[in-house]
Ligand binder design. Structure first.
Ligand code: SF4
Length: 496
């Protein structure tokens, strides 16, 4: 990166080497509220001052489009701008919509697989409008932020129900559920060639550097100005290609931490680069200003994978001590072909709305195993009548482990436990218990569970449980003589 020449290494007291980046002294001085307000106003003035000239605009358009034509990545949702039928145009709009929503979730490489699977299942808007929310959630599983998937479905149903075709302009698109300024701009310019800008994180970064804008891009007044600057630049003949070129430049060349100014088609018009060349203490990566990260909330959850034994009971009414790991698992594995897992549907509002998960309880904070078991037992008894003293026996119970799952605003620590139950009276149906359930639930076999679209955290829980079983089983299948030899060897090793 051209702008990072001035980094230098320094050894700390504990011997670690850290990279130190020089800063202008003005950045280290605390500002009074009046100074802050003043500097904010100056930042905004900067934006107005640094609008593009006509000549500059023309040159940036030409160089960016030429660069895009030779360097754009081959992605399944990209089409050429040739004349086409209305049906093709609508199909393209639908593809742009789906891809843009997915791209807001994750990296391009991951999106390609999701996009291809989605298009295979629902090749047109009409197909999607007939899907159920459950199917859509399953297809979306792993991408996160499931509200966006629901909006896609609701938006598709809305357009089909209106019967007047795919909306073609930004103003008409913004009336559709889940389509905001960014997605509307992308669909209108790429699919329908409306001359409108698109501003996402990549475009913000490129424009902020081209104009050396140091205002906070998270503030609405700055965002408005950036939209205006993007509108100035957009090419009137090839608006869709130009918008994609700007986004592509941000994603591949003008990256957040390591911009490759040397291969940038707009370097001749880049004010951040020009400043750096005159004052190497100012780096191109200083633009735009980095926003302060919102502190994540810390939550705790106890998740219990409840597996109901299928087939015949081997010892009616007996309870296996959870410490007798091998005995318990042998019993489970012997009957596991008909085993079922209890899944609970989350409420229709809030985090991961309407998605399936293993029974879980939010905790007040860190909790030991005994406390967690108490809350889980209470939850299972109250909601499903699963009472380990009356309606079922514990065939196997084991603490599996824990992990942290990160949502945008929450750091969720998840404690995982496996609880295998043998229902009294045999079978694996919760009949008679159903009345007690105050939530939507179902039980599925292992095969169905493996092929279901589960959220990444639910999938992780299931994988942890499977790994535990595998580990215990491979141990139990090892002949006892060999096991004791291996144990002796291990003990000897540790003594040496
Ligand atoms: S726009 Fe181009 S020249 Fe300017 S910082 Fe980004 S990569 Fe470097």
């Amino acid at each position: 990166m051209e702008g990072n020449k001035k980094q230098r290494q320094k050894k700390t007291n504990n011997g670690k080497v850290v990279v130190e980046r020089p800063r202008r002294s003005v950045r280290l001085q605390a500002k009074t509220p009046t100074q802050k307000q003043k500097s904010k106003e100056e930042d905004i003035e900067d934006i107005v001052k640094w609008g593009f000239s006509g000549d500059e605009t023309q040159k940036i358009r030409e160089s960016l489009l030429e660069w895009y034509d030779h360097n754009k990545r081959d992605l399944p949702w990209r089409y050429t701008n040739t004349a086409e039928s209305e049906e093709e145009e609508t199909k393209r709009a639908y593809g742009v919509w789906v891809s843009e929503v997915m791209l807001q979730q994750t990296r391009v490489q991951t999106v390609i697989q999701y996009y291809n699977r989605w298009m295979e299942k629902w090749p047109t808007l009409q197909h999607l409008s007939l899907a159920s929310l459950e199917e859509v959630n399953e297809m979306w599983a792993g991408l996160g932020y499931y509200r966006r998937a629901r909006f896609l479905l609701e938006g598709a149903r809305m357009i089909v129900a209106k019967g007047s075709g795919f909306p073609k302009t930004v103003s008409a698109l913004q009336k559709i559920q889940g389509i905001g300024d960014y997605t509307a701009g992308a669909i209108a310019s790429i699919a329908f060639k409306e001359v409108v800008p698109v501003v996402d994180g990549n475009v913000i970064r490129v424009i902020a550097r081209l104009r050396a804008i140091s205002a906070n891009p998270k503030e609405s007044v700055t965002v408005k100005k950036l939209w205006k600057l993007a509108a100035q630049l957009v090419d009137p003949i090839r608006p869709g290609d130009f918008n994609q070129a700007l986004m592509e430049l941000g994603a591949t060349v003008c990256t957040s931490l390591n911009p490759s100014c040397i291969s940038c088609p707009a370097s001749g018009h880049c004010r951040a680069l020009s400043i750096f060349r005159h004052d190497s203490l100012v780096l191109v990566t200083d633009f735009p200003l980095k926003g302060v990260r919102v502190k994540q909330r810390q939550d705790f959850s106890a998740v219990c994978v409840v597996e109901l034994l299928g087939g015949q009971r081997t010892s009616e009414g007996s309870q296996i001590d959870s410490r007798e790991v091998l005995g318990g698992l042998e019993k489970i594995e012997g009957r596991q072909t008909n085993n079922r897992f209890l899944l609970v549907k989350r409420p229709d509002d809030g985090l991961l709305a309407g998605l399936w998960e293993f029974p879980s309880v939010l905790l007040d904070g860190e909790a030991d195993l005994t406390t967690r078991r108490e809350v889980i037992d209470h939850f299972l008894k109250n909601n499903f009548g699963l009472d380990t003293k009356q309606t079922c026996d514990i065939a196997f119970r084991k603490n599996v482990g824990e992990f942290v799952h990160i949502f945008s605003h929450i750091r969720l620590k998840i404690y995982v436990e496996l609880l295998v139950l043998d229902l009294k009276g045999g079978g694996n149906h919760l009949s008679g218990i159903q009345d007690k359930a105050t939530m939507t639930w179902k039980y599925v076999d292992g095969k169905a569970l493996s092929s279901m679209g589960l959220t990444s955290s639910v999938r992780k829980v299931y994988t942890m449980v499977q790994e535990l079983k595998q580990e215990k089983l491979s141990f139990s299948l090892t002949p006892s003589k060999k096991r004791s030899r291996t144990t002796r060897k291990k003990n000897n090793k540790s003594l040496n």
